[in-house]
Design a protein around this ligand. Structure first.
Ligand code: N01
Length: 869
């Protein structure tokens, strides 16, 4: 199917003749994004021009015509949802549609909705400038035309500019040269030819088996081996088809709020919690589905924990060894350096099998690098080989290549290329400071290439169109993000990237494939659903982070959009779905049982050298303790640790993962001591036990394996309260002399009058009402002003040991911890104060469950070491 003759020349919109040189909106690109935009703009009555460099619609599916090009997302999911009739009118022939079929689909949609008449084909945009006086963009095209417009949308795709092959002598070769991303429309016949393929990414892995079917000789030049799973192509997955039939709307809604834009079941099992054999059985089930995302979704920690990821990676290597007969070739094809999923895994049909063919050879560029391309072939290692054709499957200048290939000049004459020299700074991946009314579809900073593109494209098109409709309705001419919002988006994107393994790998996701490109994770990895919620929230909060101007009006609603750590938010979201009863509605006995049951489900934490359980004399009877000894040779400094639990629940073992982590990271003995709990034993029982335990440990330090005099206290929450109180008691009692106190989100003030008690009253696990419940069980109101209950209220805070105090942004206790740090400092005590951004009361204790807690724990461990230095 070809586009109708005479397309792209319509000058009518909603019955009015529109000027073609001055329009409301210019869109660059007529791929799926440009097509849907055109439909929405037309329906909304905006005058528009859609400019496309190719001679047909389809975007990526127009350009990428190499043999074997297919979509790696199932056809049940990779299709438009905005026209429900399409589901009846179009039937896909297989699960992973091939390029010609997807292009036919694009053409079918374009014809059905008369999109051809709204597109100017074979027109390239060379330059675009913002005019701050007229509040319009001037768009200069390859045909010599200049179009002015209010809004300018780059719908240019993420993988549309092939990377220049950075190989010596590429211009010299006199044979046939092909680039997978710019494949000849008429196809290529390799029959009887000697062919070289350079690269082993998705494009190569899809095309190599088909090129091998024709070529008389095929040599594949591989720099980095890739993970690839078989597509097992055939009919669409039955379970998806059935769900769609039963309730398409629900399926689509789930996709839009899912992490990837495809309905999935989120994993809950750690790869490290099951035996290797079981893990492989689970992976086998996922592998057999032939769906790209499935193997990465078997385990909850494959994307965040290298050891967990290695389980998946080894499974994939096993699969390669099962297929490839020559063990040396199998090993060269086996990825070992990069974690699974940190480069986009590939989907293939007979890729690894191809290396069993006698006329196919794999060259490992790590041992035999290409020296140069010559007139007749390639010189590599100590060989020289003639070829009839060279295929460059060397990838793309991804995400930003197409955007900055147009010379876009914003306010104050700054070009986008210049602005993005050190990273593609943007707000929501949609807009960027200094470039009003410029929008990107699936740009850097949006889920884009880490999602089902169709879902992301539709969401972006809807957000942009709805925004400019809103602006028209309210009389605004311009919209531009604020620098603060852009910076907060950068921080949020970095927070998301930091908890994954992506940054370990040199990939095109990281810009690492193009020399000179800044090294950042270009796509947003926080997930499609979270991203959609954020974009929606921006609008419902009056365009949070944007300045809107027009008709003498100016609206600024500045502020950060997401400060909470992404993994913490995930835990909160997950807990919200569980509908658990509030702890304060339980009896202390039930609360203790609930706390123990929750602890049983968490990761255990790192191994330590030795764990010894014992009993020590408390102030009112024996107390249990657990000693964690490092694996290194002792003696070691000793930290007496007090657990959290609001003085009501918890025990010497309840903070086990945190104690293990502190022991191994700080190389100190941790002695976690129990204390009597309320309401059976109210104030000051816990405080008295805390001091008694310290004294016993100090007296027995040598026999415990410690260094005499090298002792400190630490505690979390109510345990932080006991640690702070114990430090004051030890000072007043003339010993034991402490080297330091580590207080993690401590309770310091029973008055609870600080703003954080209101600001973070609910929604962050420790609530204001739970804190009241704890205090009511622990101490009478008259006792709460006693410094043994509220160490902040002590008259003298001088001569206390150096402190490390950690407070968390979304903790009701934040301000009382901050106040204690300030007060100690004012009294001359050396204080390290870590204000953990985006954390909640509990998150830093969640070892191996929340990767964002690693940084704060490293600082806590460094502080412990520092106490004894
Ligand atoms: O590109 P790539 P691609 N010398 O960048 C190698 C999507 N896509 O076109 O890894 C030697 O992945 C490079 O080696 P290294 C999909 O998102 C989707 O294959 O840099 N080798 C690598 O092996 C995909 O991820 C489908 O060490 C050189 C290869 O070339 C994205 O497009 C199908 C080299 C490039 O791999 C890009 O895939 C196809 C040099 N100088 C593509 N320079 C679907 O299924 C580069 N390489 C939907």
């Amino acid at each position: 199917m070809r586009r109708p003759v005479g397309a792209g020349r319509s000058g009518k919109i909603m019955g009015k003749i529109m000027s073609r040189s001055d329009v409301d909106v210019v869109v660059v690109g007529a791929g799926f994004a440009g097509m849907y935009l055109l439909k929405r703009l037309r329906d909304a009555g905006f005058s528009h021009r859609v400019l496309e460099a190719g001679d047909d619609v389809g975007g990526t599916w127009y350009w990428n015509r190499y043999p074997g090009a297919r979509c790696d997302i199932s056809t049940t999911d990779y299709q438009f949802t905005w026209d429900p009739e399409l589901h009846e009118q179009w039937t896909w022939s297989e699960k992973h549609a091939a390029q010609p079929e997807i292009l036919r689909y694009a053409q079918f949609v374009a014809k059905k909705h008369d999109l051809y008449s709204g597109i100017d084909f074979e027109v390239r945009v060379d330059r675009a400038e913002w005019n701050d006086a007229t509040h319009k963009w001037s768009i200069h095209t390859s045909t010599g035309e200049t179009i002015t417009c209010r809004h300018y949308v780059m719908a240019t795709g993420c993988l549309s500019v092939p990377k220049e092959p950075d190989i010596n002598g590429t211009d010299r070769f006199r044979g046939d040269v092909y680039v997978t991303g710019r494949w000849p429309h008429e196809g290529v016949d390799f029959t009887g030819k000697k062919v070289a393929v350079i690269g082993t990414g998705s494009s190569a892995i899809q095309s190599i088996p088909l090129i091998a079917e024709q070529a008389s000789e095929l040599v594949v030049f591989q720099r980095t081996p890739n993970y690839s799973i078989p597509a097992f192509n055939g009919p669409a997955p039955q379970y998806r088809v059935e769900r769609l039939k039963a309730d398409r709307a629900a399926y689509e809604a789930e996709a839009r709020l899912s992490p990837t834009g495809v309905p999935i079941t989120m994993p809950t099992v750690s790869a490290l919690s099951v035996p290797r054999e079981t893990a492989f059985e689970m992976l086998e089930v996922a592998w057999k589905k032939g769906e790209l995302l499935e193997p990465g979704l078997v385990f909850m920690d494959a994307g965040t924990n290298r050891a967990a990821n290695d389980v998946v990676a080894e499974f994939m290597r096993t699969k390669i060894r099962e297929v490839v007969k020559d063990p040396v070739t199998a090993e060269i094809l086996s990825p070992r350096k990069h974690p699974y999923g940190t480069k986009r895994p590939c989907m293939d049909t007979n890729y690894f099998q191809t290396y069993n063919l006698p006329h196919v050879r794999l060259v490992d560029l790590n041992s035999s690098p290409i020296r140069t391309i010559t007139e007749s072939g390639i010189e590599f290692g100590d060989e020289s080989h003639d070829f009839d054709a060279i295929v460059y499957a060397t990838g793309f200048d991804a995400m930003t290549g197409a955007i900055v290939s147009v010379d876009i000049t914003g306010k104050d004459g700054v070009t986008l290329k210049k602005k993005w020299e050190h990273g593609p700074h943007n707000y929501l991946g949609l807009t960027t400071v200094g470039f009003p009314n410029l929008y990107m579809i699936t740009g850097p900073g949006s889920p884009s290439v880490l999602s089902n593109m169709m879902v992301s494209i539709e969401q972006h098109v809807d957000w942009i169109t709805d925004t400019i409709i809103d602006m028209r309705d309210k009389g605004f001419e311009t919209i531009e993000p604020t620098p603060a919002a852009e910076e907060s988006w950068r921080v949020h994107c970095t927070d998301c990237a930091d908890i994954t393994l992506f940054q370990e790998t040199d990939s095109w996701y990281m810009g690492a494939n193009v020399p000179g490109k800044p090294r950042v994770l270009f796509p947003y990895i926080g997930g499609v659903g979270r991203y959609r919620r954020i974009c929606d929230e921006v609008r419902t909060r009056d365009y949070l982070g944007f300045v809107l101007e027009g008709s003498g009006k100016r609206q600024v609603n500045d502020g950060p959009i997401r400060e909470i750590q992404p993994d913490v938010e995930m835990v909160l979201d997950m807990m919200a779905t569980l509908g658990l009863p509030p702890i304060e509605s339980m009896s202390p006995t039930d609360a203790r049982a609930f706390s123990e049951a929750s602890s049983a489900m968490r990761p255990t934490g790192p191994n330590v050298g030795e764990i010894v359980d014992g009993v020590l004399p408390g102030a009112g009877g024996d107390l249990n303790y657990r000693l964690y000894r490092p694996a290194t040779t002792g003696p070691h400094p000793v930290v007496v640790y007090y657990h959290g639990g609001g003085w009501v629940f918890g025990s010497h073992v309840s903070d086990d993962p945190l104690c293990r982590a502190m022991c191994s990271m700080a190389d100190v003995i941790i002695i976690s001591v129990d204390y009597r709990h309320a309401p059976e034993d109210r104030f000051p029982a816990a405080a008295d036990d805390g001091f008694a335990a310290l004294k016993w440990v100090a007296d027995n330090i040598e026999s415990l394996g410690g260094v005499p005099g090298q002792i400190a206290v630490a505690g979390w929450s109510a345990g932080g309260n006991i640690a702070a109180v114990t430090a004051q008691t030890a000072r007043d009692a003339g010993g034991p002399a402490l080297r330091g106190q580590l207080l993690l989100t401590p309770v310091t003030d029973g008055s609870r009058q600080h703003p954080s008690h209101q600001q973070n009253a609910s929604g962050y696990i420790l609530t204001k009402s739970l804190m009241e419940w704890f205090w009511n069980h622990y101490a009478d109101p008259s006792d709460r002003t006693n410094p043994k209950a509220s160490p902040l209220l002590a008259k003298d805070l001088g001569n206390l040991p150096p402190a490390m105090i950690v407070t968390c942004q979304y903790d009701p206790l934040r301000d009382e911890g901050d106040a204690y740090a300030d007060a100690l400092r004012a009294a001359g005590v050396p204080v390290q104060h870590l204000k953990a951004r985006g954390h909640i009361h509990t998150s830093i204790t969640m070892v191996d469950a929340l990767p964002s807690g690693v940084g704060p724990r490293q600082k806590m461990a460094a502080a412990l070491k520092g106490f004894f230095a």
